[in-house]
Design a protein around this ligand. Structure first.
Ligand code: TV7
Ligand code: CA
Ligand code: ZN
Length: 393
């Protein structure tokens, strides 16, 4: 029915480390590295590997991690003993250093290796873009946008995105960072708050006090000091529960379209956190696989190099569907696979019997009530366009 061939005129690469999967945050922890293997299986099952360069990536070195993170932090991350039993909701926090060892960021066996693998894949992707060996580089094992230079946060220990962007800045004048994870991309925003060579734009659920991390309001546009070139180079799109494909698509195109016009990026770093999908265990939006993928599709129309990172995503089967679909967008077979992947159900009998892979309606789950008014979305667009008067390439 469909034929998978290499895209004409450009190269896509897939950066993967199979050794990430065996790592465990703890039984009840929402982050499941298994989703990366599930994604890879789906990509291979559709033969998409034949349309890309596939790399099994090496781990990032201490020095590479040190390009963003402090030695104090890295040494502790390296040396801290794994906890006997990772804490969870019932097992409250004791003393923690660098925010390591709480319930969100537990210390587990092989943690440092796991982090080095995630960063290694993202850095490998960035290098292939710099060398012009790749036009779109995919690193689903990365996208850990909350990590700070000396602090773990929200399931993120090493900020592979910041490390990859630092690499891109060696070869490209301006990097546009876009974040469609349901959470605010605070770590990446903060890392580049004093430069005008990186513009960050995050779309997220915003409800300080009740939804993590609580930052990223409409007025958060980077430190507004007179001498800060990075002022106005942080764009935030705060949203409420239940946003639909249609609303999100309109917002994304008008915000990112305008940013592209004003900022003229030389390369895009797109964080594709899949927790913005309907039916996500932690998310609150109503995006379908197609609506999520439409963001990648739109970015691709700019015809500049792009890295696609993973990120959040807590209903593993949906994460695999979304990232496999976005891989198909990258290699340009989306029109043919369009209908199939978002509803993909493997033939394996026990999956079907146990309803691990239910139908589309079941998957993407009960739609949540939509709390985003057209009026509010229009105000957001207006504010962003005003911010962008201060941005010039
Ligand atoms: C990029 N939400 C990361 C998103 C990070 C979100 C949080 C949990 C959570 C943690 C668990 C768990 C959970 C069902 C959900 C204020 C707290 C409240 C921990 C229970 N179940 C990304 C981080 C966020 C850990 N953290 O953007 C072990 O939910 O809201 C918080 C902080 C304190 C800690 N408690 C939650 O997607 C990758 N955590 C079950 C077991
Ligand atoms: Ca986001
Ligand atoms: Zn998230």
């Amino acid at each position: 029915e469909y034929n998978i061939t290499r895209p004409k005129g450009y190269t896509v690469s897939y950066h993967f480390n199979p050794d990430m999967e065996p790592h465990h945050f703890g039984l009840t922890h929402p982050m499941k590295p298994f989703r990366l293997t599930l994604t890879k299986s789906l990509v291979t099952a559709y033969g998409m590997n034949f349309a890309m360069d596939n790399y099994n990536t090496r781990i990032a070195t201490y020095e590479e991690l040190n390009s963003f993170h402090t030695s104090d932090y890295l040494d502790y991350l390296h040396m801290a003993p794994p906890e006997e039993m990772p804490r969870d909701i019932d097992n409250p926090d004791k003393e923690v250093k660098f925010n390591l060892g709480g319930s969100d960021c537990p210390l587990f066996h092989g943690l440092y290796d796991y982090c080095s693998m995630s960063a290694g894949s993202s850095l490998d992707a960035a290098r292939k873009i710099c060398n012009k060996q790749s036009d779109i580089a995919i690193a689903w094992g990365g996208g850990l946008h909350h990590a700070k230079k000396s602090e773990a946060s929200g399931f993120c220990y090493i900020n592979d995105i910041v490390i990859a962007i630092l690499q891109l800045l060696r070869c490209y004048p301006r990097v546009l960072y876009i974040d469609i994870d349901v959470h605010h991309g605070d770590g990446v925003e903060e890392a580049f708050h004093s430069t005008d060579r990186v513009l960050t734009c995050s779309f997220h659920k915003f409800a300080p006090e009740v939804f993590f991390p609580g930052t990223g309001g409409l007025d958060d546009n980077g430190p507004k000091s007179e001498h800060n070139p990075g002022a106005h180079h942080a764009i935030n799109v705060p949203l409420n529960d239940g946003i639909t494909d249609e609303q999100y698509g309109h917002l994304f195109q008008s915000v990112i379209g305008k940013i592209n016009e004003k900022f003229r990026p030389s390369v895009i770093a797109l964080q594709c956190g899949a927790d913005s999908l309907a039916g996500d265990r932690l998310g609150r939006f109503n995006l379908q696989v197609q609506g999520h993928g439409a963001c990648a599709k739109f970015c691709k129309t700019f015809g500049i190099p792009m890295i696609m990172f993973g990120g959040g995503g807590y209903t593993p089967r949906n994460v695999a569907r979304a990232w496999a679909y976005e891989t198909s967008v990258a290699i340009d077979v989306d029109e043919k696979i369009n209908k199939i992947i978002p509803e993909h159900t493997p033939w394996r009998k026990h999956f079907v019997q146990e309803e691990l892979f239910p139908s589309l309606e079941q998957i993407l789950g009960e739609p949540r009530a939509n709390r985003n008014s057209q009026k509010r979305l229009q105000e957001i667009i207006q504010h962003v366009h005003e911010q962008l008067r201060f941005v010039n390439a």
